[in-house]
Design a protein around this ligand. Structure first.
Ligand SMILES: *Cc1c(COP(=O)(O)O)cnc(C)c1O
Length: 235
């Protein structure tokens, strides 16, 4: 593994985050980099932590559980927060709650209810984002923009979920203009829902390696970056 390359990739991503924030007259500390570790093994995860990453993201539940458990055991005091960013099935909710601080990808009422039940059992509210399919891609998960208000209302009636905001993925291969349009739409849905949402409703999870700077210009508070960090790191 090329650790030096990881450090320089991370430095560059952080610089680009700061530059994008400045262009939008925002403070860089309003934006959290979620380092997506789905392409790499545990050694690279530990290297990312050594390089300064504190928020890590996984899209597959089993990968999340395994890596998070290893980090909890080897670096219990490192202050690592794991984000579940991929599609989650109901039978994987309990273990995912054990190993993550925020679930970005809540895309159905049945999943919301399963999360609420599991969180009630452990007597601790679950932190989540509602995923919105703003691109309209059939292959993507998430609520249709017209349904998201109802989803938020339904979540508000559950006792053990706390909705921290919204998440989306831009249309695949649409280029920067399409990404910007998708992010702008999520932002406008967010602003429209905010007055009726709880005080925790503060976050917009949008932007990946190809478009995180655009996402920040459009208001992202969480950017999920994978490949830009790992380029040239694994042989
Ligand atoms: C893989 C993944 C990312 C990171 O994508 P990159 O383009 O590699 O930065 C972000 N969000 C989700 C939901 C993902 O599955």
């Amino acid at each position: 593994m090329n650790q030096e390359r990881l450090v320089s990739n991370l430095t560059e991503v952080n610089q680009r985050i700061a530059d994008a924030a400045a262009r939008a007259s925002r403070e860089p500390d309003e934006i959290t980099l979620v380092a997506v570790t789905k392409y790499v093994a545990i050694d690279e995860v530990l290297a990312a932590i050594a390089a300064g990453c504190r928020s890590l993201g996984e899209s597959r539940p089993q990968q999340l559980w395994g890596k998070a458990k290893h980090v909890e055991e080897t670096l219990p005091d490192a202050g690592i927060e794991w984000h579940m960013i991929g599609h989650l099935q109901r039978n994987k909710v309990e273990k995912s709650l054990d190993h993550s601080t925020l679930i970005h990808s809540v895309d159905s009422l049945r999943l919301l209810q399963a999360i609420n039940n599991a969180a009630a059992k452990r007597d601790r509210p679950a932190n989540l984002l509602l995923e919105v399919n703003v691109s309209g891609d059939q292959s993507k998960h998430g609520w249709h923009p017209a349904e998201i208000g109802e989803a938020l209302t339904a979540a508000g009636q559950l006792t053990h979920v706390e909705v921290h905001g919204l998440m989306t993925m831009a249309a695949l291969g649409g280029g920067p203009d399409v990404s910007r349009r998708n992010f702008r739409e999520l932002r406008s849905i967010f602003e429209r829902l905010k007055p009726a949402a709880g005080p925790a409703f503060q976050h917009l999870s949008m932007g990946m390696s190809g478009d995180y700077e655009i996402a920040i210009e459009e208001g992202a508070t969480l950017v999920r970056v994978g490949s830009a960090l790992w380029e040239g790191v694994t042989a």
